[in-house]
Design a protein around this ligand. Sequence first.
Ligand SMILES: CC(C)(COP(=O)(O)OP(=O)(O)OC[C@H]1O[C@@H](n2cnc3c(N)ncnc32)[C@H](O)[C@@H]1OP(=O)(O)O)[C@@H](O)C(=O)NCCC(=O)NCCS
Length: 236
Amino acid sequence: MNAPRPTVKAKRIVILGAGGHGRVVLDILLQAGPHQVLGFLDNNAEIHGRRIDGLPVLGAIDDLPAVAEQQGCDGVIIAIGDNGARRGLARRVEAAGIDLISAIHPSATLAHNAMVGRNVVVAAGVVVCAHCQIGNSVILNTGCIIDYQTMIGEGTHICPGVRIAGRVKIEPGVFVGIGATVIPKVTLGCEAIVGAGAVVIEDVPALATVVGVPARRVKLATASEDVAAMLLPARM
Ligand SMILES: CC(C)(COP(=O)(O)OP(=O)(O)OC[C@H]1O[C@@H](n2cnc3c(N)ncnc32)[C@H](O)[C@@H]1OP(=O)(O)O)[C@@H](O)C(=O)NCCC(=O)NCCS
């Protein structure tokens, strides 16, 4: 039996991002309740004024303060797949004093003591086991499994069908591709990328891309200022 969802006060919310992920997030919100979705904001001017899955695209993302005032919006969720963009925008929204809300599909199973942050998307069929911690702006995509005591850092995307074992530590900004598997107690470093279908059996350094079975490193990215600041304490 699913743990009871915490009681959430209904908000009038806007979804930032009207692409494919935005439509998934809308569906989750409509199925989950209790919020009222007012529409989308998206930077693609070609879709402004159109309706997507029945709801209007109200303007660009920078229009949020004005739209929030006009429409009485008091909550936002960011439906942007890019991890860095989602994390950065979340910080701007919070700095503007607008609440970030999470969307949890009713078919997801969350342990009673799992902790879930703000602006988190938990899609259909996800399982989050006991003592897991899910950071802000994380996407747990369709049907992924997060086993006990795993920690997932801010702005990470766990793609559909991924299996993360127990006591895994996932640092901020990680991307785990569709169908990948991570064995227990492994650490995935900041902004690491795990390829679709990979099986990760050892720690992955920050900024590395790993692919295959077992996963091997194929790339190492350069740290942005944001990421360099996060990595600094670990290197001292
Ligand atoms: C891992 C990934 C991000 C790499 O993308 P990239 O940085 O553009 O890397 P490249 O395509 O240049 O590939 C680099 C090497 O890794 C190999 N490779 C890439 N992805 C692989 C994968 N999933 N499994 C096995 N090998 C892979 C490539 O064949 C290439 O090998 P080579 O150097 O011997 O030719 C991408 O291939 C991937 O798997 N993305 C997952 C997408 C996904 O899950 N989307 C779901 C969204 S909900």
